[in-house]
Each structure stands twice: as structure tokens, then as C-alpha cells.
Design a protein around this ligand. Structure first.
Ligand code: ADP
Length: 463
């Protein structure tokens, strides 16, 4: 495949990659937002369920507080139960379980008035008296903290993250006959968040796996989609190149005939009517310009469509080519009062097509002379870099506006300023220079400041 065709294919594959990446970015954003929203909703819902569960446990256990306090009071005050409840070293009673509380009846099952549908591995209930002293508790998981100083009459939800526990503390009131409510004590219902965390972890893993699978499918789909959508563009691009190549080829024949006829007419001035001499000159000049344009187009079309003619490639001393060029254009520079200088290092060879390379450098040098006003300077330099030879063509000319820089290598593009200064240009010189540099595995970059000058840098890989 021709190198320049590879270049245009590279441009298309770059475009395809850009399209694919933009598409993936949009899909990834949608997937990310969607899965985060779903996850957040599920987390909120599960936490609400857990809160409702501890709330309900506390509410149900609250109704038993009065009976439990009554039974407990008997155990702590009546003589026959003395020593039934073990004491701490400071003399206070150790909290007992419901079974111990009801043990005084020697019942072998839980009395029916006591609510105990607990799952002991993950749920617990504690009953406190009005002074916040723990009297009875049931279950295995208990918060390490005692009750807070202030508790809202409607109850209070507390999370102990270090122990993965969620508790609800509910104050319990009795309605006295007088109608005034009196604080009986508190109930604290606790549930472990381990199960919820495990469920959420599983859900998260499922979601990540789902997103990964969808992303894979979307990437494959996106790849196929962008390739299909670019196919017609690639086809018309190829057709356009073919058309340019054919058209320039076909134009060449008639143009050569016109130029030959004009040359014949000019070689016999006695046969030309004196009034037509100037017209003939204008036709001759226009046909030369047109031939140049057709030649440029044909050269570009050939480089686009054909592999480089490697038979024409050989070791070339860049310093010699540049030296010859500077010599060739030194008269023109002198005529326009431009100082043309060169700073070349000797014996720097590259493997290239000599004709194409001098075409490239000629285009840059003539542009520099063209767009530099009288009194300015143009410097051509050659340096050796680690992997490539670096040629710089620097001028103190009109420069290029920053917004125009991205276009200067486009075919037929000319700055308005250039159009007004130099009528003869076609806007193909830099496009040809860039294509030649890329055909040789190198490139051209440009730095320029409007009104200050421009610097074109050509990189050609070392052999
Ligand atoms: P042409 O010189 O025939 O117009 P080119 O392709 O060589 O076409 O250059 C394209 C345009 O880039 C020019 O018309 C000009 O606007 C700008 N340009 C190129 N070289 C220079 C330079 N050395 N200084 C200022 N402008 C430049």
C-alpha cells in the first residue's frame, strides 16, 4: 500500500478512534450515571428497610417494658428472691436475660406476653429503667455505648459503624389515670448491618460485572458502527483522489498542445499581428501557470495513490542540496534586498528521493523569500538530532495568524494576505512539501507570529 495512502488511512483510523472514543465516553457517562443512581436508590431503600426493622422491634418491645419492670422489681425487692440476680463488684445488679427473669416461675418456655421473635445472631433488645440503667436484655449483639443524655420523645436512631450495628432507642411512657404521661424507661432495639453490607457488596459486584459486560458489548458495537459510518466517506475520498489523478492526467495532453502551439507562434513573430503580441504573451504565461498547477496536482495524486518509487531513493547529502538551493536563490534574494544565510553542518546524509526532497526545500525557501519584505532575512539551517535530520527555514516575513496555522498545509489554502501580495501562488506548495516529508517518514511543523516571521522545521529520519 502506498505510504501516502497509508497516511490517509491513518488519518481515517485516527478519526475512527476519535469517534469511537467520543461514543464510548457518552455511553460510559450514561452507564456510570445510571448504575450510580440505581446503586444509590438500592442502598437508600435497604437502609430504610433496616431502620424500619429496628424501629418496629423497639416499638413492639416497648409494650413489654411495664411487665418486665414489674417482674424485675419483684426479683430485686422481695426477700425470697434475694441473691437471684448476681451483682457487680460495686453492688449494682448485673443485667439479666428474659429467661433468667422468667426463671422464677421455673417455666421452660418463654411466657407469651414477651415479644421474642429475635434472630439472636443479628438482633438484640435491651430494656432500661427510667434512670437509663440496663435491667434486662435479649440477644447477643449489643452496642458498647450507654444511652445518650438526651433522647427525643419520638425515639432516636443511632449507627455504630465500628461494630456494624444500627440501634433505635425509644422512651416508653405510661398513661396515668390523671391523663399525664410518666416516663417508664427506655427500650433499645439493635440489628447488625453485616447482612445488609454483604447484600450491598454482592449487588455492587453484580452491577460492576454487568457494566463491564455491557461496556464490552458497546465497544464492539461502537467499533462496528464507526467503521460502517466511515465507509462511504472513505469511498468518496478514494473516488475524489482518483478523479484528481485522472483529470490532471487528461489535462496534461491538451495543455502541452497549447503550449507547443504558442511556442511555434512566438518563434515566428512576423506572422503575428502586432496588436496580438501582448495577448499571446499573456496566453503563454497563463498556460505555463496552468501546466505548473496540473503538474502539482498530478504529483500529489501520484503520491496519494502510488507507492514511492524506491528505485529513485539513494543516500543524499542534505548539506549539499541545501547549499545548492541557497546558491540558486541568492541572486533573487539580493535583487529583493533580502539577506539569505545558511548554517549547515557537513556530511549529513539521509535516504531519500533527491528530486522530491529538493522540491520540498524549494517550496519552503521560495515561500520564505516570497513572504519576506525587502530588508528582511531568511536563514536555512541544518542540524543533526538523535533520530533525524532537522532542517529549519526561518524568515522575518509577514508571518501567519494563529487561527490560520492549522490550515496552511491544506490543499489550495492561501491566506488573504498572501493572495494580495503574491497573485501567482496556487496554495499547493506546502501541501506537496508535507506529503513529501511524510512519504519519507518525516514531518513538517511550523511556528509563526504575525508580522514577526515564520519558522518551518522539516524532520527527515536518519538512515
Ligand atoms: P502559495 O505560496 O502558492 O500560496 P503554499 O501552499 O506554499 O501556497 O502556502 C500556503 C499559504 O501559507 C500561503 O498562501 C501563505 O498564506 C502561507 N505561507 C506559506 N509560507 C509562508 C511564509 N514563509 N510566511 C508567511 N506565510 C506563509
Amino acid at each position: 500500500m502506498p505510504i501516502s495512502q497509508q497516511i490517509s488511512n491513518r488519518q481515517f483510523s485516527r478519526l475512527q478512534t476519535r469517534l469511537l472514543l467520543s461514543y464510548l465516553l457518552v455511553i460510559a457517562t450514561i452507564l456510570g450515571v445510571f448504575s450510580t443512581a440505581v446503586y444509590a436508590l438500592v442502598v437508600r431503600d435497604r437502609h430504610q428497610q433496616l431502620n424500619a426493622s429496628v424501629h418496629q422491634m423497639a416499638g413492639t418491645s416497648a409494650s413489654t417494658l411495664e411487665i418486665i419492670q414489674h417482674e424485675y422489681q419483684e426479683l430485686t425487692t422481695e426477700d425470697k428472691y434475694k441473691g437471684y440476680i448476681p451483682r457487680n463488684a460495686d453492688g449494682s445488679f448485673v443485667p439479666i436475660s428474659l429467661f433468667q427473669l422468667m426463671g422464677k416461675y421455673q417455666a421452660d418456655s418463654m411466657p407469651t406476653f414477651v415479644y421474642n421473635p429475635l434472630t439472636p445472631q443479628r438482633q438484640a433488645v435491651e430494656w432500661f429503667d427510667s434512670k437509663k440503667t440496663l435491667i434486662v436484655r435479649e440477644g447477643r449483639l449489643f452496642p458498647s455505648e450507654s444511652l445518650p443524655n438526651t433522647i427525643s420523645p419520638k425515639g432516636q436512631l443511632i449507627s455504630q459503624k465500628s461494630k456494624s450495628l444500627r440501634s433505635f432507642i425509644l422512651p416508653v411512657y405510661s398513661t396515668a389515670k390523671s391523663g399525664r404521661s410518666q416516663l417508664l424507661g427506655y427500650v433499645r432495639a439493635t440489628e447488625s448491618t453485616n447482612l445488609l453490607n454483604a447484600d450491598l457488596r454482592r449487588f455492587r459486584q453484580g452491577l460492576i460485572a454487568g457494566v463491564a459486560i455491557v461496556s464490552g458489548l458497546v465497544t464492539m458495537g461502537g467499533f462496528w458502527l464507526t467503521r460502517e459510518s466511515l465507509k462511504p466517506i472513505l469511498q468518496s475520498f478514494e473516488q475524489l483522489k482518483q478523479f484528481t489523478s485522472d483529470a490532471s492526467h487528461e489535462l496534461r495532453g491538451p495543455l502541452t498542445a497549447i503550449r507547443a502551439s504558442i511556442a511555434v507562434m512566438q518563434s515566428h513573430p512576423e506572422r503575428v499581428h502586432p496588436a496580438d503580441v501582448e495577448k499571446l504573451k499573456a496566453i503563454a504565461s497563463a498556460s505555463v501557470q496552468m501546466s505548473q498547477l496540473v503538474d502539482d496536482l498530478l504529483l500529489l495524486a501520484r503520491m496519494d495513490r502510488q507507492a514511492p518509487d524506491l528505485a529513485a531513493w539513494r543516500q543524499i547529502a542534505l548539506d549539499e542540496i541545501l547549499e545548492d538551493l541557497v546558491d540558486l536563490y541568492s541572486d533573487r534574494a539580493r535583487e529583493t534586498n533580502i539577506s539569505l544565510q545558511s548554517q549547515l553542518i557537513p556530511n549529513l546524509e539521509v535516504y531519500a528521493d533527491a528530486f522530491q526532497l529538493s522540491r520540498l526545500l524549494t517550496n519552503l525557501l521560495t515561500n520564505a523569500l516570497q513572504y519576506t519584505p525587502s530588508g528582511g532575512s531568511v536563514t536555512v539551517s541544518l542540524q543533526r538530532r538523535r533520530t533525524h535530520a532537522l532542517i529549519r527555514v526561518e524568515d522575518t516575513g509577514i508571518g501567519i495568524a494563529p487561527e490560520q496555522l492549522p490550515h496552511i498545509f491544506d490543499r489550495f489554502w492561501r491566506a488573504d494576505q498572501a493572495r494580495s501580495q503574491h497573485q501567482g501562488g496556487s496554495g499547493l506548495g506546502l501541501a506537496i512539501a508535507k506529503t513529501i516529508a511524510q512519504t519519507h517518514g518525516g514531518d513538517i511543523i511550523v511556528h509563526s507570529q504575525l508580522g514577526q516571521g515564520s519558522c518551518f522545521q522539516v524532520k527527515i529520519p536518519l538512515p
